[in-house]
Design a protein around this ligand. Structure first.
Ligand SMILES: Cc1cc2nc3c(=O)[nH]c(=O)nc-3n(C[C@H](O)[C@H](O)[C@H](O)COP(=O)(O)OP(=O)(O)OC[C@H]3O[C@@H](n4cnc5c(N)ncnc54)[C@H](O)[C@@H]3O)c2cc1C
Length: 349
């Protein structure tokens, strides 16, 4: 008889773990709290990537667990080949970013390829029996709610996997107060899930940034991902652009305006801005995923405080924490590699 395994969450991590478990002769049942499979992957740009240079990864995410970072960095290329052998066709074989390497997929096609035996509208029950792979997508919903930030993730990832494992003695990783985010047009802009990518206000490096009280909080340096800026702006701030900045940002500024966002002549702000300021856009920080999560080892086994693995419990994707701590790395790469690692370790157990 085939061994049955429960996988909680039908995002990239859960679906990959299930597909690999099937290949290894087990029978996964995927429980999905939401009304559709795909999780945040379905809403994403679906670029699965790693830094080209290992040193750059370490430098950009200095607080992350080096062993887990190595695992993702070293296994990603092989994992992408595995995905391709399964039938996933990349739409690009490049990330269009000289600092990174990877593949871009069509998120709908990838979800359709991977989603099998998914029980929708079925949250992980508190009494679920091991063996279990937790892949519920971290806790961006709670994180955003508690801090008054916008949500830019699937609307069901509210820490279900985390709570389940914590109740069984799991330890937490570093970075529980960190998130990967984007600046989005602040309310009253209307942002639907399909707007998560096109409405991102990804031009902060060319803007001056002002807090609501008029303080100029423009950082001396902004990272290429602008994740640091998204963390800085919080529930509301202003991006102020001059002509040169507006030239680069026009499309996204117009998208913010069309969505009902606040786009002003800087002279209408209640504080002064430098001569030459052309437009002010009200932005707010939106949470794409959490960075901290369950502490795991390289086999994706959930660890206790004393470092020993918890019996029958694995975590993959952003339910696992401590990889991109201090910076930003590909959430999809983490989900793909850890989904495979969890399945392989579970099958060998
Ligand atoms: C707009 C956007 C763009 C992005 N672009 C990129 C990109 O280009 N590259 C990249 O690397 N990353 C990107 N990301 C991030 C990436 O999508 C996520 O990091 C990744 O999808 C996380 O995968 P996961 O499987 O861990 O979690 P998720 O995809 O969040 O899946 C978790 C699943 O678990 C379900 N669930 C939640 N709670 C429970 C429960 N209690 N019981 C059962 N099921 C539950 C959820 O409904 C969800 O389906 C983007 C994200 C967004 C939103």
């Amino acid at each position: 008889m085939r061994r049955t395994v429960t996988v909680a969450g039908a995002g990239m991590a859960g679906l990959v773990a299930a597909a690999r478990l099937r290949q290894l002769g087990l029978e996964p049942v995927v429980l999905e709290k939401g009304t559709r499979p795909g999780g945040s992957m379905l809403l994403s740009s679906c670029v699965v990537w790693r830094h080209r240079e290992w040193e750059r990864f370490r430098a950009e995410c200095p607080g992350g667990d080096e062993r887990l970072q190595r695992l993702v960095w070293e296994r990603l290329d092989g994992a992408l080949e595995w995905l391709e052998a399964l039938g996933a066709e990349p739409v690009w074989r490049d990330t269009e970013n000289p600092l990174t390497t990877g593949r871009r997929y069509d998120p709908r096609a990838l979800t359709a390829l991977l989603a099998r035996d998914v029980e929708l509208r079925t949250p992980l029950p508190t009494h679920a029996e091991p063996p279990l792979v937790l892949a519920t997508g971290g806790f961006p919903v709670r994180f955003a709610r508690e801090r008054g930030l916008l949500l830019r993730a699937n609307r069901w990832s509210d820490g279900g996997g985390l709570a389940f494992a914590r109740a069984r003695g799991a330890a937490l990783s570093a970075g529980m107060d960190e998130f990967y985010g984007r600046a989005m047009p602040a309310p009253p802009a209307r942002i639907r899930e399909s707007d998560f990518v096109p409405l991102a206000q990804l031009y902060g490096r060319w803007a001056r940034v002002y807090a609501d009280d008029g303080r100029d909080v423009t950082p001396a340096h902004v990272s290429w991902s602008e994740n640091d800026l998204a963390r800085l702006i919080g529930p509301g701030a202003w991006y102020v652009l001059d002509d040169a900045g507006l030239e680069r940002a026009r499309e996204r500024v117009e998208a913010a305006r069309a969505a009902g966002g606040v786009v002003l002549d800087p002279r209408d702000l209640p504080f002064p801005t430098p001569p030459g300021s052309r437009v002010a856009v009200r932005v707010a920080s939106a949470v794409t995923h959490t960075i901290g999560g369950l502490r795991i080892d390289e086999q994706a086994r959930v660890l206790r405080e004393d470092g020993a693995p918890l019996d029958g419990l694995w975590a993959a994707g952003v339910d696992a924490g401590g990889i991109a701590t201090g910076g930003y790395a590909s959430g999809l790469a983490q989900a793909l590699v850890l989904g495979l690692a969890a399945a392989e370790s579970l099958a060998a157990s």
